[in-house]
Design a protein around this ligand. Structure first.
Ligand code: SAM
Length: 287
């Protein structure tokens, strides 16, 4: 039997994903097909009239089956892009989100942190894939970086990403609960995209998140602020005077986080909005 055309294989996959209720069915099918064929998604039309190579058919079929079961595209393909870096992604850690790029950009743009001649000590708490610390280490190689996570499997993934990007030598990876055990006054910046989804909202999350991403990376307790609430006083202790804490927050949480920072004697507290117009990053300086 002759092999079907690439365009026909794509059409069948799109229909299958659509009938499974998958959003952006065409886009996801195209990404998976491009990966199977070893070409970019936008180059697929060049191959449309070619026969689907037998050698990659089962790989593509496997990817479509996983997508039809609501598995996120980034887990199926095994990577995601963050701040221009390609990171390995799998179920050990949260998929890096575009909103988190604002957190990194805010850190990169903070003038006091990068004053010339300094080698700031920076901690990324809850590092997951390592996306935040890796983006910083690739752009600001002179700083000293500590990356922590409570879950050894997430740390293992972060280490793999650091090694693949040639950045492992710049970062100390450590299993640990937030900043516990970090010497007082030793840090210039604490950065965290901590879990902040209120527990009651867990059930409302998309199936692709609920059934595949680690709950411990997202569930922030009753009001979503359990972890951030524990982190703020620890950050005060671990930062030197004038050191900065940078926190990603969820919708409607910025005011509460601002109040917590001010109650814990952080000054110059600022809130930055993401591209969607939502308050997303709160930062403040330790007095
Ligand atoms: C929202 S994910 C963020 C992952 C990554 N930084 C990112 O931005 O994609 C939160 C991370 O915090 C970790 N985490 C949760 N509680 C923690 C704790 N008490 N101490 C250290 N890490 C924690 C989770 O394992 C998870 O990797």
């Amino acid at each position: 039997m002759s092999q079907p055309l690439v365009s026909d294989v794509l059409a069948v996959a799109v229909r299958r994903l659509e009938s499974a209720g998958i959003d952006e069915a065409r886009l996801k099918a195209e990404w998976a097909l491009g990966r199977a064929l070893g070409c970019r998604r936008l180059e697929l039309p060049l191959h449309a009239r070619e026969a689907m190579p037998l050698s990659v058919e089962s790989m593509f079929e496997g990817h479509v089956r996983r997508l039809a079961e609501s598995e996120p595209l980034q887990y199926v393909l095994g990577d995601a892009e963050f701040m221009g870096l390609v990171l390995k992604t799998d179920r050990r850690a949260l998929i890096p989100r575009p909103e988190t790029e604002l957190l990194v950009e805010t850190v990169l743009a903070h003038p006091a942190l990068w004053a010339s001649g300094r080698r700031p000590a920076i901690a990324d708490i809850g590092t997951g894939t390592g996306c935040i610390v890796l983006a910083l280490a690739s752009r600001r190689p002179g700083a000293r970086y500590l990356a922590r996570d409570l879950r050894p499997e997430a740390l293992a993934l972060a280490r793999e990403n650091a090694a693949a990007l040639g950045l492992a030598g710049r970062i100390e990876f450590e299993e640990g609960d937030l900043l516990e055990g970090v010497p007082p006054g030793s840090l210039d910046a604490v950065i965290a995209n901590a879990p902040y989804v209120p527990t009651a909202e867990w059930a409302e999350l998309d199936r692709s998140v609920r059934d595949f991403e680690p709950r411990s990376a997202l569930d922030g307790g009753k009001d979503g602020l359990d972890v951030i609430g524990r982190l703020v006083p620890q950050a005060f202790t671990s930062l030197r005077s004038g050191g900065i804490v940078f926190l990603e927050v969820g919708r409607g949480q910025a005011d509460a986080v601002r109040r917590r920072l001010e109650a814990d004697r952080f000054a110059s507290v600022e809130v930055r909005k993401d591209l969607g117009g939502h308050d997303r990053v709160v930062c403040g300086a330790r007095t």
